[in-house]
Design a protein around this ligand. Structure first.
Ligand code: PMT
Length: 397
């Protein structure tokens, strides 16, 4: 009964699995959830709205232009009421609309107005599910901060066998429980996270940068915010969508990142430095585009300030968590960083491992502490790693 007292909007789109959404609504009602159902036009071809109305005990919402008495805008009213929105089943067409941010019907418009948890449960033919366009849309939806469940495998209504079945109802419920009952253990704390790559200009059109996508830092900011922290995210210019509730500060160069981090430093409890900050910058930046000449072009580089090291020197009450991106001697180099930069923990990732580190959705890391303790973690999603890092920070507090 973990979901008792929550309000959940169930969005049903037009697939054969629409009939299983009836069981989902029924299971939620049994837990004491207030359920509002929104159906797409095609969903109504599979199951009648009356069924959902009877099971949910609420009017079923079908049209963005039809407001129940006292409601001005149904998409915004529903988005406001919802502690979570679950789309089950989500068709390939719906994934595509949601990934694009379209708002041409009640359900897609509702998503745009929604700042709560969104859980998307795709169900479709396995060839459709595997199509690169669908996979790309799922990636975009993950980047937008939605949780997208992996469909079940097995015999499908179309006769094919493979991935594409709506996940089992207990799995959907347990995912909702996980999302809605996150521990608010960072309530009252301010966490500053840095993310992404810095850019050091060479001339007006060129810069030196690195492969950081911002995914690790953004996962940390999302997790900290979900757990109740006031969260400031100082990021490089290329980054995923900003998680709801997080204060984003965009910076280009290491100097700009330094200024922003230092501006907030005295007011924060925890700093987590996941950004890949350029160690060097061109000594001189050309005011005009550098022309191609015969022979070599030599760029003279000078060192950037090490932001983390300076934070370590100025440390007062703050907990300071650094990252170490290494391609060799992971532990040895990470231990050196703890001492040199006065850190409370370092997250060491070997960025040579396939599917881990820069620009991947997963990461394999070791957590190292000043007392010599080392916690080795397997390859896990950046979101899972973010929560484990926060669990460990909480123990340091
Ligand atoms: O962004 P993603 O694509 O998700 O990739 C994630 C990541 C691989 C970038 C991330 O997991 C990571 O390892 N971030 C740290 C990258 C890095 O710069 O590591 P480093 O070992 O060079 O630096 C050590 C620490 O000092 C880092 O916390 C860094 O933020 C900090 N630093 C470094 C240089 C500098 N001038 N100022 C700093 O504050």
């Amino acid at each position: 009964m973990k979901l008792k007292g929550f309000t959940i909007v169930v969005g049903v789109t037009g697939g054969i699995a629409a009939f299983r959404a009836v069981d989902l609504v029924s299971a939620l009602k049994k837990q004491g959830v207030e359920v509002y159902v929104v159906m797409s036009n095609s969903a109504q071809q599979f199951v009648g709205p009356l069924t959902f109305e009877a099971i949910s005990g609420n009017t079923v919402h079908l049209d963005i232009l039809e407001s129940p008495p006292g409601w001005k805008f149904p998409h915004l009213e529903l988005a406001e009421k919802a502690d979570a929105v679950v789309i089950a089943p989500a068709t390939a067409n719906f994934l595509s609309k949601a990934a694009l941010g379209m708002a041409d019907d009640l359900l897609s418009a509702l998503l745009l107005g929604c700042e709560s948890t969104v859980l998307i449960c795709p169900a479709m033919n396995s060839k459709m599910y595997r199509h690169p366009a669908v996979q790309e849309n799922i990636k975009k939806l993950n980047d937008l901060g939605y949780s997208v469940l992996t469909p079940g495998e097995g015999h499908l209504a179309c006769g094919d066998t493979g991935p594409g079945r709506l996940p089992d109802i207990p799995e959907i419920i347990s995912e909702l429980e996980k999302d809605l009952t996150v521990n608010q253990d960072f309530n009252g704390f301010t966490v500053l996270v840095t993310a992404g790559a810095t850019r050091e200009p060479i001339d007006p059109v060129r810069f030196i940068s690195n492969k950081s996508s911002g995914k690790m830092g953004f996962a940390l900011a999302r997790a900290a915010c979900e757990r109740g922290a006031r969260t400031i995210l100082v990021s490089g210019l290329l980054h995923p969508a900003t998680p709801p509730g997080v204060q984003l500060v965009e910076t280009a160069t290491a100097r700009e990142m330094y200024n922003e981090v230092l501006k907030h430093y005295s007011t924060v409890d925890v700093v987590i430095k996941a950004a890949a900050v350029g160690d060097y910058k061109p000594k001189e930046v050309s005011g005009q585009k550098i022309k191609k000449e015969s022979g070599q072009l030599v760029l003279e580089l000078e060192k950037n300030t090490d932001i983390l090291m300076e934070l370590g020197q100025k440390k007062n009450k703050q907990l300071l968590i650094g990252f170490a991106a290494e391609t060799e001697n992971l532990e040895k180099n990470a231990v050196k960083k703890i001492q040199k930069k006065n850190l409370d923990m370092v997250v060491a990732n070997n960025v040579h491992i396939k599917g881990s580190g820069f620009n991947s959705d997963n990461n394999m890391a070791k957590l190292l502490f000043p007392g010599g303790e080392i916690k080795e973690l397997p390859l896990i999603s950046k979101s899972e790693l973010a929560h484990i890092i926060l669990d460990n920070i909480k123990k340091l507090k």
